[in-house]
Design a protein around this ligand. Structure first.
Ligand code: FRU
Length: 472
C-alpha cells in the first residue's frame, strides 16, 4: 500500500476504534460538528460548492494532542445535518509531512481548489513552510498539486494559513505571518491563474502602523468585503490581557478598513475582539449563493488547558461553533445565527413571561431566547450570565473545568441589554447578545445529571425555550 493510503487507513481504523466510545460521551454535541476521534481545530476550506456546504477541519485522528494534521471533511446541504466525508488531505508528502495545516477553498473551472500550508520539520527540527494546492472534481477526492508559494524574504517560517479570494479577474491571497523582526503580520499575494503567485508584501497601513504592538504572530487571516468596507479577520498571538479584553491565551478579532488593491495599502481602524467567550479561535468566512457572509470558528484556543478538557479521557476534544452570518453596523461586526438554525428546533418547552425568580428544566440540546432586560440566568448550575445595569457590563461566569474555580469573561453593552439568544449543546454554550452585537462562545462541562435553568429578573421579560436536534 502506498504511504498516503496506509496513513489514511490508519486514520479510519482510529475512528472505527474510538467513535463508539466518543459518541457515548455525554459531553459529545448533538448538533455541532466535532471530531469522530482525536482532536479537531481550525475550520478550513469553508465554501458552498455545487449545492453543498463543505467544511474541512484540522484533524489529528490518532490522539487528542496536536501534530501532523489531516484535513477532515464535513458536508451539508442544509447547514443543519452534517455528514462526515472521506479524508480530504493526508500529511504524506515531502511538502506536508508534518501537517496539512490550515487553508481555504475556491471554485475555479468546475473544480474545487484548496490552498493549505504544508508544514515540514527538517532533520534538525527546523520548521519549513510551503503553500500548497490540491484540486477536486467532485468535492470529495482531492489530488495534490504541490507547492505554489515558497517562503518570501522578510518572514520567519511562521508563515501559514492561506486564504484565497477573487476580486475582479484576479486572485488574491493573505497569509498569516511573522516578520523577521518577530512581529505578527499579514502577507499579501496576487495571481492571475492560481498557479503563479506574486508576493506583494506585508499588508500595511501606509506610514503610521496601528498594528504596532499586536503580538508576535498572526494566524488564520481572512480578508473580505462587508457593508462596503473590507474586513481583515485574524488571530494574533502575544497580546497582553487588558481589563476585560484579551483574556484568553490567544485572541481572534478584526479591523474594519479599506483596501487599495493596486498599492496593497490597507487603511483601517482598531483591533476588536470578535467573541467574548472562553473558547473561540481561527474563524473563517465564506460567501454563499444568498450573498451571506458566513463565519465558522473553532470552539477552542491553542495552548489553553486543552489536555485538561474532560472529553480527553474518551478520546476526543473540541468542536466547531455554529455557522454565523456577519453584518457590519457602523464600525462593528455583528454575528447572527443563520435563519436555518430555527430548523434545529424540535419542540417548544417553555413560552412565558417571567418576573422575579423562575426555574425550569433544560435539555442538553436547547435554545433559549430572552426578550427584555434580565439580571441573571444560570444554566446547569455551572454557567451564569449576569447583567450589571449600572456599569452596563454583561458577564459570563463558569466553573473552570481545570480546578472548579469561577472564571469570568465580560463585555460592555453601551445601549443596555435587550435580548439574549443562547444555544446549548451538551458541553457548549453560544450566547448571542442584542441580535449579534456581542457573542460569547464557551465550553461548559456541567454535571451531566443537572438539567436546571434559573432566571432572575427585576423587570418582566419573556422567556422561550426549545429542545433542539440531538443526534450524536
Ligand atoms: C491555528 C493553527 C494554524 C495552523 C493550524 C495547525 O489554530 O495553529 O496557524 O495552520 O492551527 O493545526
Amino acid at each position: 500500500m502506498r504511504f498516503d493510503e496506509n496513513l489514511r487507513q490508519q486514520a479510519y481504523d482510529a475512528v472505527d476504534n474510538q467513535f463508539p466510545v466518543v459518541k457515548q460521551d455525554p459531553y459529545y454535541p448533538g448538533y455541532h460538528m466535532a471530531p469522530p476521534a482525536g482532536l479537531l481545530n481550525d475550520p478550513n476550506g469553508w465554501i458552498q460548492w455545487n449545492g453543498s456546504y463543505h467544511l474541512f477541519f484540522q484533524w489529528m485522528p490518532f490522539h487528542t494532542g496536536h501534530g501532523a494534521k489531516f484535513w477532515g471533511h464535513y458536508r451539508s446541504e442544509n447547514l443543519i445535518d452534517w455528514k462526515l466525508e472521506p479524508i480530504a488531505l493526508t500529511p504524506s508528502d515531502w511538502f506536508d509531512k508534518n501537517g496539512c495545516y490550515s487553508g481555504s477553498a475556491v471554485a475555479d473551472e468546475d473544480k474545487l481548489k484548496v490552498f493549505y500550508t504544508g508544514n515540514v520539520k527538517n532533520e534538525r527540527g527546523e520548521r519549513q513552510t510551503y503553500q500548497c494546492l490540491a484540486e477536486s472534481a467532485d468535492g470529495i477526492q482531492f489530488e495534490k498539486k504541490g507547492v505554489k508559494v515558497h517562503l518570501p524574504e522578510g518572514y520567519t517560517p511562521h508563515f501559514r494559513d492561506p486564504k484565497v479570494w477573487k476580486h475582479k479577474d484576479h486572485w488574491y491571497m493573505v497569509i498569516g505571518a511573522q516578520t523577521t523582526e518577530e512581529k505578527g503580520s499579514v502577507s499579501f499575494l496576487e495571481s492571475s491563474d492560481l498557479e503563479n503567485w506574486t508576493h506583494r508584501g506585508v499588508l500595511s497601513h501606509a506610514e503610521a502602523d496601528p498594528f504596532e504592538n499586536l503580538g508576535y504572530m498572526w494566524e488564520c487571516p481572512d480578508l473580505f468585503p462587508l457593508g462596503g468596507r473590507e474586513i481583515l479577520l485574524f488571530s494574533p498571538q502575544g497580546l497582553a490581557a487588558d481589563g476585560i479584553d484579551f483574556n484568553n491565551q490567544y485572541q481572534s478579532g478584526y479591523v474594519v478598513g479599506s483596501l487599495d488593491y493596486s498599492s496593497a495599502s490597507y487603511v483601517h481602524g482598531d483591533f476588536e475582539e470578535l467573541d467574548r467567550g472562553f473558547e473561540f479561535y481561527a474563524p473563517q468566512t465564506t460567501l454563499d449563493d444568498q450573498g451571506r457572509r458566513i463565519l465558522v470558528g473553532w470552539m477552542g484556543v491553542p495552548d489553553q488547558n486543552e489536555s485538561e478538557q474532560p472529553t480527553v479521557s474518551n478520546g476526543w476534544v473540541h468542536q466547531m461553533t455554529l455557522p454565523r452570518q456577519l453584518e457590519l453596523k457602523g464600525e462593528k461586526v455583528y454575528q447572527l445565527p443563520l435563519d436555518e438554525m430555527k430548523n434545529l428546533r424540535k419542540h417548544e418547552r417553555y413560552n412565558q413571561k417571567v418576573e422575579g425568580e423562575s426555574s425550569t428544566s433544560l435539555s442538553r440540546a436547547a435554545e433559549i431566547e430572552v426578550s427584555g432586560e434580565i439580571d441573571e440566568l444560570n444554566i446547569f448550575d455551572n454557567a451564569t450570565i449576569s447583567y450589571d445595569r449600572d456599569a452596563k457590563l454583561l458577564h459570563l461566569k463558569r466553573l473552570s473545568y481545570v480546578d472548579g474555580t469561577i472564571e469570568t469573561r465580560s463585555c460592555r453593552l453601551p445601549n443596555g441589554l435587550t435580548h439574549l439568544r443562547l444555544f446549548v449543546d451538551h458541553s457548549s454554550l453560544e450566547i448571542f447578545v442584542n441580535d449579534g452585537e456581542e457573542v460569547f462562545t464557551s465550553r461548559i462541562f456541567a454535571d451531566v445529571e443537572n438539567d436546571s435553568l434559573n432566571v432572575f429578573t427585576k423587570n418582566t421579560a419573556h422567556l422561550q425555550i426549545w429542545d433542539l436536534k440531538n443526534d450524536t
